[in-house]
Every structure is written in structure tokens, then in C-alpha cells.
Design a protein around this ligand. Sequence first.
Ligand code: FAD
Length: 476
Amino acid sequence: MDMPVPSTTVLAQKTRIVKALRKVLPRDAVIDDPAETRAYECDALSAYRCAPLAVVLPRTTAEVAAALKLCHEIGVPVVPRGAGTSLAGGSMPSADAVVLGLARMNRVLEVDFDNRFIRVEAGRTNLSVTGAIEAQGWFYAPDPSSQLACAIAGNIGMNSGGAHCLKYGVTTNNLMGVTLVTMQGEVVEIGGPYCDAGGLDLLGVICGSEGQLGVVTEATLRILRQPEGARPVLIGYASNEVAGACVADIIRAGILPVAIEFMDRPCIEATEAFCHAGYPDCEALLIVECEGSAAEIAEQLGLIRQIAARHNPVEFREAQSADEAKRIWLGRKSAFGAMGQKGDYMCLDGTIPVSSLPQVLRRIGEISQEFGLEVGNVFHAGDGNMHPLIIYNANEPGQQELCERMGAEILKLCVEAGGCLTGEHGVGLEKRDLMEVQFAPEDLEAQMRVKDVFDPAWLLNAAKVFPLHVSAARRG
Ligand SMILES: Cc1cc2nc3c(=O)[nH]c(=O)nc-3n(C[C@H](O)[C@H](O)[C@H](O)COP(=O)(O)OP(=O)(O)OC[C@H]3O[C@@H](n4cnc5c(N)ncnc54)[C@H](O)[C@@H]3O)c2cc1C
């Protein structure tokens, strides 16, 4: 993966830049010791690393604005960072960039149950948003599997989703407003806690913009009452295709469970060895969760049982207790970590129409054989958001490249099936060079013009999202 050649002028002026940053920020907000900046050299796409020029960790929106204004004036690139759990290289820096990390901005600013919103600083972790309101019976719906670590800032950057987004939607459906600081240091309020805030609706442009347009410092989020109850069911099948067909039938029937998750044999086996969730011995399993009142759950599960039976499941197990429900989810939530036992892996993220699940899963199996690399599938099947995990050995020369070529084949397959390159992990560095598979030059040009408006000097996270040769003229 190529990165633009770092600006030698910027690199040569490191001492001067750090000194200037220390003039506008508290001393402990600026880190330039290489032993400490190393912690910021990669995100969860850890095959790619590059230590930044410096790291700034502001505590207030005013400090963010001061840092950005200065970097803009002296032409220093900036990479916004939440918790650094991006799987797409979105928060990986370049050698001439300042990383602007939001980790210290993690306070709850306002909770309003009457009007159903919470306002938080953007460095707050996803899970701790719910943590702040669960005692009163409320929750924040988007639940990435990384929710213990990832920050709302990064969730907004990537428009993140999670297992329960089938019913509740992803970040963009639960985001009501942001405080955004532009690269020039201007503080802008977009959206807000009440319906249809004044001005142009720019929230959809910001959510999922991968740190290209500005730095989000605060977010107003929709909160929901916890459901009366919820119950997951495990359904085991003899093949991926049959499990895929069952998912397609559930969606076609108009049933909307809160989650439909899919795991294939490699993931089931790895998970069992890792956390003993009690999963059945089968080729593919679905976790389908229904929620609501006891009557609503019983009605939905009844319909799901009928549909599942048409596909001859090898197992149909409804959780009979809270403990059993927890164990069912434990396996799914541990699956990514468990797959690490098999070797290095690359986690892909593409979407497809749900109705094409059986064909796409079959073709992924064929691609795996063609490339000679094992692939495991664990993903949000209800909304067609696939996460094939390709297992490889990073220490074996050539395997990283082979894995990337295989990943590109699978993502092209998703686009051919009518889906797209990313469901929730973003484009970042990982899929930057595949953007031309999905978008015509005119489409990319239109997207880059949006960046021109917010960041005319192309200093914010500029090596990401757009193929380097396409954005070269803008980056100067
Ligand atoms: C084990 C594991 C499981 C995961 N499961 C899921 C999942 O289920 N669903 C899912 O969607 N993702 C998942 N992810 C991916 C990742 O956790 C998400 O993309 C998450 O939203 C990133 O949040 P972060 O705070 O770590 O962001 P970072 O990695 O720090 O940044 C992500 C992007 O947002 C930009 N950004 C960060 N802060 C700001 C800001 N303040 N203003 C503007 N832009 C900003 C960055 O520049 C970057 O482009 C998973 C990752 C791991 C490692």
C-alpha cells in the first residue's frame, strides 16, 4: 500500500512545529518523544505502520480549534483519531502528520430523557454511553463489537454499525448533531437535539466522512428505552448456502428481528476452542434475536421457527435463561479474537443484497480455494454486511500481498452482486485503491469537491479514501 511521500519541509521543521503546538496547547497535550508516538503508529489494520510527526491530545473544543488553526497556517497534515480501532487503516498516520487524538475528551455533557438524547464529548467510548444511562433503563443502540474500546468520534468517522443495527440502524440513524472543528479552526454546530435543526442538513455528509472534512468534538445521540425483553435463538445448518437462504427468507417474510448474525465452521470451531459457548457441530449457524414483550417475542420466534424448519436445521435452540442468552452472544462477540488463534487475519467488510447471500457465500468458498488461503465468515447477515476473515501468515514472504489480492477479489464480488465496498468499517487505506471498482471518475470527482469545500488545502487525513493517483493534483 503506497503512502504519499512525506513532506521533507514539514519533517525538517519538526522541532519548530512541536514548539509552536506547545505555545497554543498545554504542555502535556503535545507528545513528540518517538517512544511515546509509537503507540499511535497504526490502528487495528496493524500490517501498516508509520510513526507520526507528533501527537496532540486536547481536552477541549477550543484546544482542538487552536491545534487545527496552527497546523492549517503552517501546512501540517492532521490525522484525527478516536481509539484507533479502525480495521481499514483510517487512523494510521503519515510521517509528516500530527495525530489529533480525542481520548481525553470523554465527558457526558447532558442527558435529557424527556427529549431522548445524550450529548457527549466525542472521545467517549461507545459502551460507556450506554453505561451512563442504563441504570435508568435507557441505551444507545449502535453496538460495534469493539464497543468497549472504540470512541463515538471513530463511530461517526466510519458510520459504524453492529449486531443490533438490523433493527435500530447504524450510527447515522442515531446521530442528531455534532460540534465540528474545521481544518481552519472554525467551530461549527451541525444538527442538534430537536427535530430538523435550522440550516442545511449536513449531518449525513459528516457521518462516515472518515476524518476528511473536520474533527468532531461533541455529539448528540438518540437514546432509546431498553426493550421489555429479548431472546436469541441458535439455528445450525449443514451448509453456508442453506443458512444464507434461511436469512433471505426471514427478511423476505417481513420479519424484523433485532439481529441476525452468521458464523461458518472455521469461526464456530475457533470460537468453541476459545470460549466454549456451547455451539453445535455444524457448517453454519445463525443467531437470531427477537425483542419486545413476551407475546411479541413468542410471535416472532414462532414465525422464525417455521421458516428455519423449511431449510432442515441440524439444531434449533432457543435461549431458556438470561445465562444461556449471554453464552450465545459470548461466542459471537468473541469470534474476531478467537480467529486470531488460527493465524494473522485480514477482516473484510462489504455489503451485498441479502437475497444474494447463498451465491456470494458459495463464490467466497471458491475464491478461498483458488488462492489457497482459509476464510472464515462471521457477519451481520440480516443487513447483508459481510466480514470474511482471510487467514494468512504475515511472516511468510508474499502472503500479505496474496491475502490483499484475495480480499480485493471478494470485495469486487460484493460490488458485482449489487452491494458496496464497505458496510461499516470504512474505506480508509485498505480499500482506497478499490474505489474505482465502485465509482466512476465523475463520482469520485464529486466526492472530492465536497472535501475541497471543507478542507481546501487537503490537510485532513488526505492519503485515505481516494486512490492516490486520483487525488494527487489536490494534495499538491
Ligand atoms: C475487534 C474489532 C471488532 C470490530 N467490530 C466492529 C463492528 O461490529 N462494527 C463496526 O462498525 N466496526 C467494527 N470495528 C471497527 C472499528 O472499531 C470501528 O470502525 C470504530 O468506529 C472505530 O472507532 P475508533 O474510535 O477506534 O476510531 P479510529 O480508528 O480512531 O478512527 C476511525 C476513523 O474516524 C476518523 N476519526 C476519528 N476521530 C475523529 C473525529 N474526532 N472527527 C472526525 N473523524 C474522526 C479517523 O480519522 C478514521 O478515519 C471493529 C474493530 C475491531 C478491532
